[in-house]
Design a protein around this ligand. Structure first.
Ligand SMILES: C[S@@+](CC[C@H](N)C(=O)[O-])C[C@H]1O[C@@H](n2cnc3c(N)ncnc32)[C@H](O)[C@@H]1O
Length: 229
């Protein structure tokens, strides 16, 4: 029989979007898992992060010289960590809307957080990624990686719906350099998002990423848009 699960709260904060909780899932005989939740909805944990790393790896494979990379959504830092593992990257700008989460990553409340953010090439900006991109100059980035929500069909925050639509994607296109690319993490194939990407980018691709979630197999999706060189 499965052992019962215990939950221990590590930190809690309120923001204009509601409640953010960092907690540990503990089960006898298993390694404790750190989990981030927003308004009671699961956001991220450190048990299954292969798709967050794959998001970075897929993007880094698309360009020869990924010097300037923007990551939308710090989460528990796995995407940023994979970006920073690539020595071609000169700067990784991570845009995160929840200031408290950045604090928990910096002060070790998330145990692996300080080692991710200690990299001198990492820069964390506390902002809505839409605002950060609107302020960025034309052709600033070689890559933009977006993992701010669960995809257009499974939003944690309704306000993020705009991040999967043409006007925002046009802004992403504006800040990308020739030959650059955007990769968006999504819980499903998100046909509408693929169509929106196709309105803005030269080529669009949808790549499934298989994951094992506790007792079932699923595919998450990496949606790619590329800019002509
Ligand atoms: C699924 S997590 C990202 C997981 C991350 N890729 C990782 O490797 O752990 C989504 C993150 O995006 C942040 N976020 C949500 N909406 C945002 C927005 N509009 N702008 C910037 N960050 C946002 C959330 O607070 C959360 O930290």
């Amino acid at each position: 029989m499965d052992q019962p699960m215990d939950y221990v709260e590590l930190a809690r904060a309120e923001s204009p979007r509601g409640e953010l909780v960092l907690r540990e899932r503990r089960q006898e005989g298993a390694t404790p898992v750190v989990e981030l939740r927003a308004n009671g909805v699961f956001v991220m944990d450190n048990a299954e992060f292969t798709s967050e790393e794959a998001l970075a790896a897929a993007a880094l494979d698309l360009v020869a010289e990924p010097r300037e990379v923007l990551v939308g959504g710090l989460g528990l830092g796995f995407t940023a960590h994979r970006v920073l593992a690539d020595l071609r990257v000169e700067r990784c700008t991570v845009v995160e809307i929840e200031e408290a989460l950045v604090g928990w990553m910096r002060d070790g409340t998330v145990p692996h957080g300080p080692s991710v953010l200690a990299d001198a090439r990492a820069r964390v900006v506390v902002a809505d990624v839409a605002a950060a991109l609107a302020e960025a100059g034309e052709a600033t980035y070689d890559l933009v990686l977006l993992d701010v929500d669960n995809g257009p069909g499974y939003l944690v925050h309704d306000a993020n719906a705009a991040l999967y639509r043409t006007p925002f994607l046009t802004d992403v296109r504006r800040v990308l350099r020739p030959g650059g690319a955007v990769v968006v993490w999504s819980m499903d194939e998100a046909d509408d998002l693929q169509r929106a990407l196709a309105e803005v980018f030269t080529e669009v691709d949808a790549v499934p990423h298989p994951v094992r979630l506790q007792d079932r197999d699923e595919d998450y999706w990496l949606l790619v848009g590329t800019v002509d060189a």
